[in-house]
Each structure stands twice: as C-alpha cells, then as structure tokens.
Design a binder for this molecule. Sequence first.
Ligand code: CUA
Length: 378
Amino acid sequence: MDDQMTSQNFISQKREGCVKIRKSPSFPLYQKATKGGFGSVLTALLILSGPAVAFAASGDNAFTPTNIFVPLSTPAHAIYQISLLVLLICAAIFVIVGGLLAYSIFRFRRRPEHENLEPPQVYGSNQIELAWTVIPILIVIVITLATTRTIYDVQGALPPPGTVNVTVVGHQWWWEIRYPDLGIVTANELHVPVTESGNRRPTFLKLESADVAHSFWVPQLAGKTDLIPNRRNQMWIEPTQPGTYVGNCAEYCGLQHARMLLRVVAHAPNDFQNWVAAQKQPPVDDPQLRAGRDAFFSTSCINCHVIKGTRANGQFGPDLTHLMSRETIGAGVVPNTAENLRAWVRDPQHIKPGALMPNMQLSDAELDQVVVYLASLK
Ligand code: CUA
C-alpha cells in the first residue's frame, strides 16, 4: 500500500508551510472542487443539470463516479429509468409551452396596421379549459403510477439468499460499517460482492446514526437514504461491475459534512471472500514494533478506538484493527499513507478542521512510534 501511495502519481504539496499532505488523482471530487474559478462553477452547474448525460456519453471518467445517469446497480437502474421518463415528459411540456409562447409572441406582436384597433376579446373557451385541466391531470397520474411502481420495486425488495447484511452508522464525520454476520467492523469504505448473472449478491444496509441526521448516497448504486438518530432505515445496493464507487453524505450534518466521503468497493465474489478473510485476521503483532505498540497503548487513543483482541476498545472513533487496508484517512480527506497518517495524528484539525479527534500533543518521538505501529495494522 505504501509503495503505491508514495509513487510519483501523487502530487505533494505544502500547506501553510508546516505539514505536508499528499493528494492523489484518485480524488476527482476533491481536486475539482479545490481548483476554483469560473471553470469549476460552470462544471458544477453542468453536473447539476441535464447535460450530465453528455458527460456520461463523452466518457469523461472524472465525472462519472457521482453521475446518476451511469447506474451500475439494480436499484440505481430503476431510479435512472423513472428519471428518464420524468425528464422526457418535462422536456416535452417545456418544448410545447415554450413553442406556443414563442409562436404567440411572434404571430400576435404589435403591428402598425393595428394602431387604434382593439384585439378580439375572448371570455373563456370550454374546450381549451378542459384540455389544460384534463391533460395535466393525466400526466400527473402517469408519473404517480410509474413512480409508485419504482418505489415499490426498490423499497419492497426482499433479500435473496446470498445477501450480505451490513449496518452503517453515521457519525460526525465518518461512517462506521459493521458486518454483523461476519464479525467485521471497518470505516468509510464499504466492501461488497458484485452480482453476476445467475448469482445475486446484493447488500442490504441498515442505516443508523450516532449523533445527527446524515444521508447515505452513492449515486451510481442507489438513491439516498437518511441515517436518523433513534431510527433504523433500510436500503440496498447491488453493483453489477467490480470497482470503487464514490459517494458522500447528502444531508447537512455540521462543519465537515462536505468531507464525509464514502467509498463502496465492489469485488468479484472470490476477491470479496479474500477481503473478508483478511479482515477477520487478528491485528498484526510484530515483536519488533513493541516500542510503537507500547507508545500507542500509553496514550488515550485507546479510549476512542478499537484494535481487536487488545485493550483498545473505545467505541467513539473508527475501528483501527486493519487501518492500513483502507485507502483514505478522515473519511476520504487524504490518501492513507504513513506520511499522511503522521500528519493526521499530529493534528487532525489541520487536515479536517472540526473533526472530533483531538490533537494528542504527542512529542515527535512518540508520534514516530505511534505511526510505525498504526502503519503495521494492515
Ligand atoms: Cu454526515 Cu452530512
């Protein structure tokens, strides 16, 4: 992992001259958002509007990861189809109404020969009034029925055999991901199997919140569903192609809402089994890393984090048992390299202002030891 992350793919840059933070090109959202200027405003507007279809068609991969018009999962497909129907109906209404308006403006514009003439005075027409009442009602009925069917198909789906069950808990500002049947706990990166023809492997998610309302949204996989305190919502995803799908919290939840990123990694069935097996391993306990381990266990880190099989059993922060198997730190804020990890432990507030992890005020020597130990948790 380290070797990949420190390759020349990454652009290193200094921030305010103190801590070096590396960003990777695999963070298109973050990079696009930080470029600034008119270009990115225009890009945002384009993405928010219909022409996102054009981006999908042009194959610009930088834009597809969060594009609802490139669905790669069963519920996302159903939503995509209903959106096309609604967009098509709205486009037809727009063309007809706009066309009639343009025609009327041109055809009935003021002309010199009309000076001092009063236009014909029409007081109502039963046919026209019936038409513009009945047609919209029919359109609304069609959209209502089609939408109801999609909602029923998506929300009423029952988990088939082979379903993976996951509980996702929203926190300010990260995602806790639990596999109750597999005994795995991880954070921010949801690993699931793909559905292949004849072998359905959807993942059903139970959504909870530890603090405020959040919303789980990975546009290529499904619609958004809120995570609400004291309530358990449900949704499901069923990716059909291996790959990493990115998403974000879609409900304003405080200072770092915009940097509460999600990654869903869809594996071929065998790769998923390998991932499960690796996550079930006990944490690495290398005798050569004793000093680092002791340094870590002497801090109050253990009051907030779990490292399975040790006395680190805090429930407040992410489980660190296999920390280095994750691609990012801070819910997608920076790539998970030893260097970024050091910057993060030294002062999380510098990388993610408002994050609830405090600056532990470790000395440089302690910091080195703690990071050596953390970086061993593969
Ligand atoms: Cu969590 Cu917005």
